[in-house]
Every structure is written in structure tokens, then in C-alpha cells.
Design a protein around this ligand. Structure first.
Ligand code: GLU
Length: 476
């Protein structure tokens, strides 16, 4: 699926390159900046797993990039691409991401170098439990220490296994359920977490396309309605992004996956649920009724569209394909999909890049809500929903009595309804993504020397982490 990756930077070097570009514009001391940039701790693990009577030695990592706020936070990925450089790069992105959306955590990331598709469920469970045990032994997991979550190749199922292992080794720890997020709702997870990254991508793009002046410069109209979207990756993030864009009037005209890509020659856009169903049944997105197949999946990145959403892996937009990209906006739902060389070309061509450190922060934002729920041991809305409804009912009754007019029952119900957990989560996420965009946008437009949104996002992040270190007295 990836393009030819001809970057001179490793993934971690590219994150450092973005950091350096932004930090040069700030006024912090060299010592403070080098502390913010450095990855504080990394553990590398090797452990055996027995597969069909044979032992395989697996390689795994957990990196804690920053402890300016604790616990550390970040996903765990299962992929053959996992190595120390990647885990450190992703952990650093988590630090900046959390700072941008005001989630009070340091950044972390873990990974096991496996292709999960090659293992049975039982084997994956053993691998996950063994990895968790290693983290426990090294004091690299816990609700106040380091809180993993899903990432590429993992999901709610793996988080349940992590939880069960942690709870088993920590009997009596009352906040133990906060040791991991992205759990199933029935295991103290939170409603709205699965879709959170995709919904956050939607809110972020919606903010960006609402600024008339920026859209004019791109030759686009404001608003989501009618925008032509291409999505790379139909995993959790890509699927939910695509579905939410479709629900809000955009046309998803292209979708790319490992097996190939498809596009809609009519321009009306795919029905994402139907496409997902088709893939589940046939094992492929190809040959979807009404769609045209594209054999070479990465060519989908070059389709004529308004918004391109890379939602799979890193380094797919490179110096090689960047000159041919036709999208006006690149919405980085994945972590690190654009190489620095590609970004130079895109910016030069006037393409807007909505950077990963901001745009995919919806996942960790709702992870934060889940962690808060776990520490408070109560579902959001449980104590307040009926009370809110009672107050609102009295209010509507008073208006009806005083005006002598009655609302229609559906209007009345809509006004009276108290917030359920998913309503509260979605509105918290919306507010977070809107507020963070306004910060980044203002920095882009007004901060001396900032010329693009990624640099703006890094400046915002660096300034917030720096403030922490200064206020804590660690730096003068
Ligand atoms: N893996 C996700 C990310 O890269 C979520 C991390 C979390 O929820 O802690 O942002």
C-alpha cells in the first residue's frame, strides 16, 4: 500500500525535523528544547511464544517520550514494521498531540513486531498477556504510570486482555481499570471511543473548511457538504472517518486498501457501510458494484478530489508522488503519512496539510475521557441525565403555560433530553477539536515565522510542554 519511500529521514528523524523547524521559532533555551525533544525511556523486550509446538522469539517495545505530565499515554501496535525508531517517533507525536488538545499526559507508544494476521486468536492472546507481564515487571504500565490504548493492528479485544492481565497482577488496586483505554464498553470502556479518531478527523476538517479566507485561497467553497473525499485505509480510523464524512454530505469517491483501490466514476460517492459489508463478504474492496477498480492501490492517492485522507500507515506521501497529488487538502488521519520532502512539495504547490499531531488526536482525547470515567467509577451522565431532563421539562412547561402555545412532541423531546454518555463524549470531543484548531490556526496566521499548520501545531505543543517544565521548576 505504501508509496516508494525515498526520504532521507527515518520516521523519527522526520518528527525531529518538524520539531526543529518549529522550535527555532520559539524563545526557549537550548537545554529546555533538547529535553522536550528527547525520548526519556525506551524498553526493548524479547520473549518467546509457542506456535504449533515451535518457539518464536518476538521483538517488542514501549517508549515513554515525556514525563512532563503523567501518566504517559499512547497506543500499542502490532505490525511487521515495528522497530525502535518507529516506536520513538510515535511516542514523540503522542507528547505533542496530547499537549495540542490539552490532554494531561506525556507521550508513549508500544509495539510488537508481528503480523497479527499470521496468528490465531489464542496465540495473539498469549502474546498480548506476555507483553503486558513484561510491562508490569518493568513498571511500564499502570493507571498513574503509563496507559496503553489501541493502535494499528490492535483493538478493544487486545485491551481487554491487557486489562485482565494487569488486574490479575494487581489485586485490590481500586483504579486498576484505568491501566488501559479503548476497552470494550462492557469492560469499563467508554461509548464513542471506537469511532473517536475518525470523528475527531471529521471535526478537524470541518473546522478547517469553515474558514472562508483559507478555502478561497484553495479554490474551494466552505463547508463539508459536497466535498469529494479519497480515503486510504478502511481500518478503524479510515472507516469511521469515511462514514462520518458521508453522513455529513461529503462524497467518498475513492477508497484504497492493501488489495487495491476503487473509485466512483459517477462522483456521487460510496455508501461506506455497504462497502464495508462487501469487503467482509468477499475479502476485498475490489469489484464493489458501480465502482471502478484501480490495481495499484497507491495510485488512489493521486485521484482528483478535494480532500485526501491517508488513514493507514506512515510515509505514504513522498517526494515521488507529491507532485502528482491533486487533492487541495491532505487530512492526516494516520500518524506520519507525509515525509518532510513531500510536505515541502505540497506546501509549495499551495496544498493545505492538516497535520497528524492535531487531526488524529480524537482517539487520545476520548481515551482521556475513558480514563476519567475509570477513576471516577461512574458513567458520564449517570448522575445528571434525569435531573437535566426535569429542569428542562419545567422550563418548557413554563414557556408553554406563559405563551399558551404547545411544542410538537418531537420538538419537546429534543429540548428536554438530558445528555447520555455518548452525547457527552461527542460534545467533549467536538469542543476539544474546535478549540485546538483555533489555537493552531491563530498561531499559523500570527506567530512570527510560522508558514504552515504543522509548524503551528508543533509551536503550540512545544510552548505548552515548555510551560510545564518551567512551572515545575525543572527549567528556569
Ligand atoms: N493510538 C492512538 C493514537 O495514535 C490512540 C492513543 C491513545 O488513545 O492513547 O493517537
Amino acid at each position: 500500500m505504501s508509496g516508494t519511500n525515498n526520504s532521507k529521514f527515518t520516521f523519527n528523524q522526520s518528527v525531529q525535523y518538524y520539531f526543529d523547524k518549529a522550535s527555532a521559532l520559539t524563545e526557549h533555551s537550548e537545554g529546555l528544547l533538547s529535553q522536550i525533544k528527547a525520548c526519556n525511556s525506551v524498553i526493548r523486550m524479547r520473549f518467546p511464544v509457542k506456535v504449533k509446538g515451535e518457539y518464536h522469539t518476538l521483538e517488542a517495545y514501549r517508549a515513554q517520550h515525556s514525563h512532563h505530565k503523567t501518566p504517559c499515554k499512547g497506543g500499542i501496535r502490532y505490525s511487521e514494521g515495528v522497530d525502535q525508531d518507529e516506536v520513538i517517533a510515535l511516542a514523540s507525536l503522542m507528547t505533542y498531540k496530547c499537549a495540542i488538545v490539552d490532554v494531561p499526559f506525556g507521550g508513549a507508544k508500544g509495539g510488537i513486531k508481528i503480523n497479527p494476521k499470521k496468528y490465531t486468536t489464542g496465540q495473539l492472546q498469549r502474546i498480548t498477556r506476555r507483553y503486558t507481564t513484561e510491562l508490569i515487571k518493568k513498571n511500564f504500565i499502570g493507571p498513574a504510570i503509563d496507559v496503553p490504548a489501541p493502535d494499528y493492528g490492535t483493538g478493544a479485544r487486545e485491551m481487554s486482555w491487557i486489562l485482565d492481565t494487569f488486574v490479575t497482577f494487581n489485586p485490590g488496586m481500586i483504579d486498576a481499570y484505568g491501566c488501559v483505554t479503548g476497552k470494550p464498553v462492557t469492560q469499563s470502556g467508554i461509548r464513542g471511543r471506537v469511532e473517536a479518531t475518525g470523528r475527531g478527523v471529521f471535526f478537524g476538517v470541518r473546522e478547517a473548511v469553515s474558514v472562508a479566507e483559507d478555502m478561497k485561497a484553495l479554490g474551494l467553497t466552505t463547508g463539508i457538504e459536497g466535498k469529494r473525499i479519497v480515503v486510504q485505509g478502511l481500518g478503524n480510523v479510515g472507516f469511521h472517518s469515511a462514514k462520518i464524512f458521508q453522513e455529513n454530505g461529503a462524497h467518498v469517491i475513492g477508497v484504497a486498501e492493501y488489495e487495491g483501490a476503487i473509485y466512483d466514476p459517477t462522483g456521487k460517492g460510496f455508501d461506506i457501510d455497504a462497502l464495508f459489508e462487501h469487503r467482509t463478504h468477499t475479502g476485498s474492496i475490489l469489484n464493489f458494484p458501480g465502482a471502478k477498480n484501480i490495481e495499484n492501490s497507491s495510485e488512489a492517492l493521486e485521484l482528483d478530489c478535494d480532500i485526501l485522507i491517508p488513514a493507514a500507515i506512515e510515509r505514504v506521501i513522498t517526494a515521488e508522488n507529491a507532485p502528482r497529488i491533486k487533492a487541495k487538502i491532505i487530512a492526516e488521519a494516520a500518524n506520519g503519512p507525509t515525509t518532510p520532502e513531500a510536505e515541502e512539495i505540497l506546501l509549495e504547490r499551495g496544498i493545505m496539510v492538516l497535520p497528524d499531531v492535531y487531526l488524529n488526536a480524537g482517539g487520545v482525547t476520548v481515551s482521556y475521557f475513558e480514563w476519567l470515567k475509570n477513576l471516577s467509577h461512574v458513567r458520564f451522565g449517570r448522575m445528571s441525565k434525569r435531573h437535566e431532563e426535569m429542569v428542562q421539562r419545567r422550563f418548557v412547561d413554563a414557556i408553554e403555560q406563559n405563551t399558551g402555545k404547545k411544542l410538537r412532541p418531537e420538538e419537546r423531546n429534543l429540548i428536554i433530553q438530558g445528555g447520555s454518555e455518548v452525547d457527552i463524549v461527542r460534545s467533549g470531543l467536538e469542543d476539544t477539536m474546535m478549540g485546538a484548531y483555533q489555537d493552531i490556526h491563530a498561531t499559523w496566521k500570527t506567530y512570527n515565522g510560522v508558514r504552515d499548520l504543522r509548524t503551528a501545531a508543533f509551536v503550540v505543543a512545544i510552548n505548552k510542554v515548555a510551560t510545564s517544565y518551567i512551572e515545575l521548576g525543572i527549567f528556569p
